[in-house]
Design a binder for this molecule. Sequence first.
Ligand code: SF4
Ligand code: ZN
Length: 419
Amino acid sequence: IKLKIVDIPVPITVGPAFEGETIRKKEAWVEFGGGRSPGFELVQMGDADQVEDGKIEVVGPEIDEMPEGSVFPLGIIVRIFGRKMQEDFESVLERRIHYFINYGEGLWHVAQRDLCWLRISKGAKEAGFKIRHFGDLLIAKFKSDYPAIVDRVEVTLLTDLPAVEAKIKIAREKYQARDARLKGLTDETVDTFYSCTLCQSFAPNHVCIVSPERVGLCGAVSWLDAKASNEITPTGPNQPIAKGECLDEEKGMWHNLNDFLHTASNRTLEEVNLYTLMDKPMTSCGCFEAIMAILPLTNGVMITTREHAGDTPCGMTFSTLAGTCGGGVQTPGFMGIGRRYIVSAKFIPADGGLGRIVWMPKELKEYLKDELTERAVALGLGADFIDKIADETVGTTEEEIMPFLEERKHPALTMPPLM
Ligand code: SF4
Ligand code: ZN
């Protein structure tokens, strides 16, 4: 094996050893995003004359102007020129920002897109780490890891609120355009799904299976992304799996997927169902955007998100749930998911689908509103289904939300028993 030694001009150590490092709030000098302030990250390709290799621009305050323990907005824009670069590769490279930043000692990064959440530790600040060093780190890693498609990289870092608010709109348009390309692709119309094992660095036996109608649980790897990633790195973390023989159409089990899972999970798992959370569900690593859990009393399921810090009717907060169900094991009744999976036609069909949802944070309802309504109408649940779903303003225990569900005649109450 040829080890690539890259000299990265930053005052902290950079390497995979720091990937699993957590930085708690009290250890952070400054934090960005994560629902506390607006934040986003975006990779865009540009023409040769638009991208100045090595250029780093900071728009807004540098770290020296950020008081200890403060929260700032952050926008990370990476522009890439490469003769072999394609638009389809943008989101694949964008996901790498998460890994590259976590390689830095004293740097912490979770989630992606306009949900990203970052911290810089007091130690890193003391060592001389500046906002502009995010740029040095990303430029060095993109160029060393993707020499075949990346020729020039420039990075703009926004820490100024109006600048972030202006550019986040452009980023959101990009995210929407990417999601729209998936429309029309269904699990039935393709004969190949993709694996993602990127998170095995955190959760060694975890395997995501990415299908057109089920985004990876981090929300950042769609079927098209996995396909593009495989084109960039054929031996990389996204492998095509020909579906082959279907063993259970309702629960979504395929012979070849099981075989792949067995090997890729280091022989810890033998079977996986794509369309249920009750029986051999997909494993959860730790970076899921949302997590679902059954609520036995209501005969339904609840969903909470990384952004929602409060209590939930299953008795656990997001972080407790993440600690209980993460790590790459199958936990029937609990499952990490990407936000967009909720509005997919393949949302737990074997368990009764969308009509099972009895609780979710208000913010998630708002986030998915239009599509959730569209899906509810398509499923015959009615345009007012969203108003039958309880949230934190209704209650945070099963007992508290039960009268609400009864009054609104929530469909889960009359569905076949979940357990
Ligand atoms: Fe890949 Fe899944 Fe990790 Fe996302 S959560 S990066 S899809 S392994
Ligand atoms: Zn993960």
